[in-house]
Design a protein around this ligand. Structure first.
Ligand SMILES: Nc1ncnc2c1ncn2[C@@H]1O[C@H](COP(=O)(O)OP(=O)(O)OP(=O)(O)O)[C@@H](O)[C@H]1O
Ligand SMILES: [Mg+2]
Length: 248
């Protein structure tokens, strides 16, 4: 099983939109896929039609005292499953930070799902958190949606500094541009030659498109909502680029 996380220090940059669309693309490709909504806001749970509620105490689930696997919900898409959010996940950082196995704890929680799934997608809350530190061990790839703006690039640099990554760990970070508007000079320039601070972003970028906003109104990924739209095609290419890297 491969584990792909959507993470950014900044909020509202497109983590959830990418998590849901990438998971659905993987699922369309026949991969049994699990989305873990780690954000108390429950946005990916909402879009995938799940119920934002864990039936056991979050502390118990995250310490392994209650089996996490029992919380999995099926979605309307066969072999696309959901480990839903819960409002009590707002304590996630404290709980992860208290565990004796330190920064390997999240990895230990994720591992048992490899029996059933080929891909696990983690939709993370924003912030420089304990979660972010543990992601480096738990995830094969960390995708970082980034708006083409100086402040977003600065946030990316701060995240790298904070995580204090070794070279090999840094290679697991994959920034990609989201909310791109080709009418804007800066956006065009950065697509062609990205600023040095974000290294080599993914080739695929996601355009600004109102279809993406409709996902949370209609509770469907773009592959179902507007399969031929520019944004749906962009997420499909993003998945193909990611898959080629994971397979390679
Ligand atoms: N490419 C896009 N085009 C248009 N709207 C977008 C695009 N990407 C994201 N959005 C919209 O921006 C808002 C934030 O997106 P999303 O929820 O995916 O971000 P997030 O990083 O998960 O946010 P949070 O930090 O709150 O979890 C949503 O309303 C979403 O529909
Ligand atoms: Mg989100």
């Amino acid at each position: 099983m491969k584990v792909v996380a959507l993470h950014n220090l900044k909020g509202g940059v497109g983590k959830t939109s990418a998590a849901v669309n990438l998971a659905r693309e993987a699922n369309r490709n026949g991969l049994p896929t699990l989305v873990w909504d780690l954000d108390a806001q429950g946005a990916s749970t909402w879009i995938l039609g799940g119920e934002s509620r864990l039936s056991r105490k979050v502390d118990k689930l995250l310490s392994g005292k209650s089996p996490l696997g029992e919380q999995v919900q099926h979605t309307a898409w066969e072999r696309l499953d959901l480990l839903p959010a819960d409002i009590r996940l707002r304590d996630l950082d404290r709980i992860l930070g208290e565990k004796a196995d330190g920064d390997k704890h999240l990895k230990r929680l994720v591992e048992p799902f490899s029996e059933e799934y080929a891909l696990m997608v983690l939709d993370c809350p924003p912030g420089l958190s304990t979660l972010a530190e543990q992601l480096i061990r738990a995830a094969d790839r960390i995708l970082v949606p980034t708006i083409p703006s100086p402040l977003s690039v600065q946030a990316y640099s701060r995240m790298i500094d904070h995580l204090d990554l070794k070279k090999r760990q840094r290679e697991r970070l994959f920034p990609f541009f989201n909310l791109v508007d080709r009418r804007r000079t800066l956006h065009r320039d950065w697509i062609d030659s990205p600023p040095a601070e974000i290294g080599q972003p993914m080739r695929t970028w996601i355009p600004y498109a109102s279809d993406v906003e409709r996902m949370s109104l209609e509770c469907r990924p773009l592959a179902d909502l507007a399969p031929r739209s520019r944004a749906a095609q962009a997420y499909r290419r993003l998945w193909q680029e990611l898959k080629a890297d994971l397979d390679g």
